[in-house]
Design a protein around this ligand. Structure first.
Ligand code: PBG
Length: 351
């Protein structure tokens, strides 16, 4: 038997002369491509973000995020039914309070907008996983993710880390008491996971999980969300607490700390410009990894598609696939419903 050497190109031996490596063989037919596909998206990968507001009969389109809306509680059942029908396992809630103040009081009010929404969703679809974003920025009049104060020299205002922790614990307990399954602290305060774990356990909510926005970068890609959530800081920026986009080792350190403090899932945010961080997280930790396909990643494809410059379906699915391929176990995405419908079409390029 002659063994063909894996050579490409001319040789004296007519057998060796054959082109023996032909990766295209397995790309020839849709069935072959499906058999060798390494990453497969399913609706079970997605978590759908929802924005809830006070009032009745409100379903107001969010201009910066085409296809997304502000909804009052009475408008939730229809979208919740759609999420369940799509096979998407969970939602994450963001609330717009009736009034903002320095401490963000509605954040931990029993009848706060998020607490009402949790109860309404659990009443409609008890099996649907309800996650909540635990942060101050949508509730504070200054738009920062913590309590403001001055430093040891009287300089400020700055976001006070340790004074913010009990507030985050209180918010998480209030969400848990309303029926949330998962809380997701997004404020990048040091020790936030430990503070929330402690507060939840003490209040009898040991079974509520924490998905920590562990590696959250100070990113330009949150722009459309800040319009949607009315959470733009009124002065300065978030670079004193969110991570520097230049740093990857630091992300691993942030994630190690959060894992140590009791995080059940580690999140990287944004996703697309940080695929290397998602991949590093996957390698370094056994915990599930979540990735947030943020508002700017969504809006830029929507905007280009609206001009006919990109095919939205193909671009969105390719984006989501890349996030999963990088190592994410779950993806928070505004495309959750549309992507599930596209996947159900069963075309041969992703499923
Ligand atoms: C903070 C929070 C933000 C997002 C989720 N949680 C905004 C921020 O940190 O400024 C951004 C989500 C997105 O852009 O889609 N509560």
């Amino acid at each position: 038997m002659t063994i063909r050497k894996p050579n490409i190109g001319p040789s004296d031996d007519p057998l060796v002369d054959l082109l023996s490596h032909r990766p295209r063989r397995l790309r020839r037919l849709p069935g072959l491509r499906r058999l060798v596909r390494e990453t497969i998206l399913t609706p079970a990968d997605f978590i759908y973000p929802l924005f809830v507001v006070h009032g009745t009969g409100v379903e107001r389109a969010i201009e910066s995020m085409p296809g997304q809306a502000h909804r009052s509680i009475d408008r939730l059942p229809a979208v919740i039914d759609a999420v369940v029908a799509a096979g998407v396992p969970g939602v994450i809630l963001f609330g717009l309070p009736a009034a903002k103040d320095a401490a963000g009081s509605e954040n931990f009010a029993a009848d706060g907008i998020v607490q009402q929404a949790i109860r309404a969703i659990k009443a409609r679809a008890p099996e649907l996983i309800v996650m909540t974003d635990v942060c101050l920025c949508e509730y504070t009049d200054h738009g920062h993710c913590g309590i403001l104060g001055v430093d040891a020299h009287g300089h400020g205002p700055i976001v006070l880390n340790d004074a913010t922790l009990p507030v985050l614990g209180r918010v998480a307990v209030s969400h848990a008491a309303a029926g949330a399954d998962v809380v997701a602290p997004s404020g990048m305060m040091d020790g936030m996971v430990a503070a929330i774990r402690g507060a939840l356990d003490e209040a009898g909510h040991a079974d509520v999980a924490i998905v920590s926005y562990a590696a959250k970068y100070a990113s330009a890609f949150y722009g459309p969300f800040r319009e949607a959530a009315d959470s733009t800081p009124q002065f300065g920026d978030r670079r004193g607490y969110q991570m520097d986009p230049a740093n990857r080792r630091e992300a691993l350190r942030e994630m190690a700390l959060d894992a140590d403090e009791g995080a059940d899932v580690l999140m990287v945010k944004p996703a697309l410009a940080y695929l290397d961080v998602i991949a590093a997280a996957r390698d370094a930790f056994d915990l599930p990894v979540a990735a947030y396909n943020v508002s700017g990643e969504y809006a830029m494809v929507k905007a280009a598609a609206a001009r006919g410059w990109l095919d939205e379906r193909a671009s969105a699915l390719e984006t989501l696939l890349s996030i999963k391929r990088a190592g994410a176990d779950m993806i928070l995405t505004y495309w959750a419903l549309e992507a599930s419908a596209w996947l159900a079409e069963g075309r041969d390029d992703v499923g």
